[in-house]
Design a protein. Structure first.
Length: 155
C-alpha cells in the first residue's frame, strides 16, 4: 500500500479527528440502554486489567561454530573470560620477559664495571668480544691451566 505524503494527516488534523470521533462516541452511548452500558463498562474494566506485557528487546550474540552451524545463547562471564584470560597472561608474560632482560643487561654491565675496578686489565680489552666471552666463562680450570703450563715450560 503506497501512500504519498499528501495522503497523510498532519498532527493537528489527527487531533481534530480524534476529538470529533470521541464526541460522536459519547453521543452514541447516551442513547444506549443501562444494561448495555453496564456490560460495556465491565468489558472495559476487564480489558484494562488484562494489560498486555510490554515487549522487551533482548540482544543475543550469534556466532558461527566450527561446524558451520549458528548458535545463539547468552554469554556468561566465564565465556567472556575464555578469550580475555590468555590475552592477560600474554601481556603479563611479555612484561615479565622485558623485565628479566633488563635485569640481565644491568647485571652484565655491573660485572664489567666490577671487573674494570678490580683487575689490572686495560679498559680497551673490554671492547674485545673474545675477552667478554672469557669474562662470562670465568678463568680457566686447573686441568686446562696445567696443560698450558706444561706446554710453555721446556722439558
Amino acid at each position: 500500500m503506497n501512500r504519498n505524503n499528501e495522503d497523510l494527516l498532519s498532527p493537528t488534523e489527527v487531533d481534530q479527528f480524534g476529538l470529533s470521533t470521541a464526541a460522536l462516541l459519547r453521543q452514541g452511548t447516551q442513547s444506549l440502554p443501562a444494561a448495555i452500558k453496564d456490560r460495556l463498562y465491565a468489558a472495559r474494566l476487564k480489558a484494562l486489567s488484562l494489560k498486555k506485557p510490554e515487549k522487551v528487546r533482548i540482544q543475543q550474540h550469534i556466532f558461527a561454530s566450527v561446524t558451520g552451524n549458528w548458535s545463539t545463547g547468552s554469554r556468561s562471564f566465564w565465556d567472556n573470560l575464555g578469550w580475555v584470560a590468555p590475552l592477560i597472561v600474554l601481556v603479563f608474560g611479555l612484561i615479565g620477559i622485558a623485565q628479566w632482560q633488563q635485569d640481565s643487561r644491568i647485571n652484565d654491565i655491573a660485572e664489567v664495571d666490577a671487573a674494570l675496578l678490580t683487575d689490572e686489565v686495560p679498559p680497551d680489552a673490554y671492547a674485545d668480544s673474545g675477552f667478554m666471552g672469557f669474562l662470562k666463562n670465568g678463568p680457566l680450570s686447573d686441568s686446562e691451566q696445567d696443560g698450558l703450563d706444561s706446554a710453555k715450560s721446556p722439558s
